[in-house]
Design a protein around this ligand. Structure first.
Ligand code: G
Ligand code: G
Ligand code: MN
Ligand code: NA
Length: 237
């Protein structure tokens, strides 16, 4: 598992992290999760892989918390199949109690298409997670085909503006308008907002000027192996 800082846009200060799975293959080199997660999702492998990813991220962050190094929440990506069939609430409950980690240290990111799945079993799982005190956020916000009504229906606390809207917002009027609209939706609904894919100073300035407070992206840091992430945490103590 690697870790990408989530930062305060105004200062660059780390306020949390997203855990991202990595596969160093002996012959193929680094294989992207964009390649192997969809394949794992075709079978029940996603459940054991997801459990490993979740547990590893929580163990690492619990240790950083013990050393008072890590602020805020660790965000873990959860796929639709994991939510539906993975016994996620039990996994969360068991892992947090094993590690003595409070549930407000944990965030789960689910994509918009997963959150919109009308399956009532899915809705129940999200409410069970909320009851456990887990923070839920919508990943890649704006890319699913959304009616927005699901935001009222589900126990969602935060949104992540998809990086496809951030990439050109300094030179594309439509992307700029979409980004402003998402900032406004989050504000009106009382949801937290993180902008993804912040790569340029122009992105940072635009987002700050338009009221976005938190971000993630290469301008601040790429995803880092745990030792490098830990060094960043120590450097900002
Ligand atoms: O980190 P990277 O950009 O390579 O990730 C590509 C995709 O893989 C992203 O959509 C990301 O959400 C997903 N991903 C990364 N790590 C995990 C993980 O631990 N579990 C799941 N389900 N998806 C992940
Ligand atoms: O789908 P999800 O948001 O979980 O995907 C996160 C992925 O986005 C991570 O795998 C990470 O490698 C990638 N990522 C993070 N920051 C940036 C960025 O600034 N630019 C680009 N192109 N990708 C990024
Ligand atoms: Mn994510
Ligand atoms: Na995303």
């Amino acid at each position: 598992m690697w870790y990408q800082p989530k930062v305060q846009l105004a200062t660059g200060r780390i306020i949390g992290a997203e855990a991202l799975i990595r596969w160093q293959h002996p012959e193929m080199g680094m294989v992207s999760p964009a390649v192997f997660i969809p394949i794992a999702e075709e079978s029940s492998l996603i459940v054991s892989l997801g459990e490993w990813a979740f547990r590893t991220a929580c163990e690492t962050v619990a240790e950083w918390k013990r050393q008072a190094l890590f602020p805020g929440r660790i965000a873990v990506n959860i796929s639709g199949r994991q939510l539906k069939f993975g016994g996620i609430a039990e996994l969360v409950n068991r892992t947090l109690s094993d590690l003595g980690m409070p549930s407000d240290c944990l965030e789960l990111e689910v994509t918009e298409s997963v959150a919109m799945d009308d399956d009532s079993g899915m809705i129940d799982v999200l409410y069970r997670l909320q009851e456990l005190g887990v923070y839920l956020s919508i990943d890649d916000f704006g890319t699913g085909y959304s009616s927005l009504s699901y935001l009222k229906r589900l126990p969602v606390r935060g949104l992540k503006i998809d990086r496809s809207f951030v990439l050109n917002l300094h030179e594309d009027r439509d992307d700029a308008a979409i980004a402003r609209a998402i900032i406004s939706i989050a504000g009106s609904l009382g949801l937290d907002l993180v902008a993804e894919g912040v790569e340029l100073e122009e992105h940072r300035e635009f987002l700050l000027r338009n009221g976005c407070i938190w971000a993630q992206g290469y301008l601040f840091s790429r995803p880092l192996p745990p030792a490098e992430f830990e060094a960043r945490l120590r450097a900002q103590q």
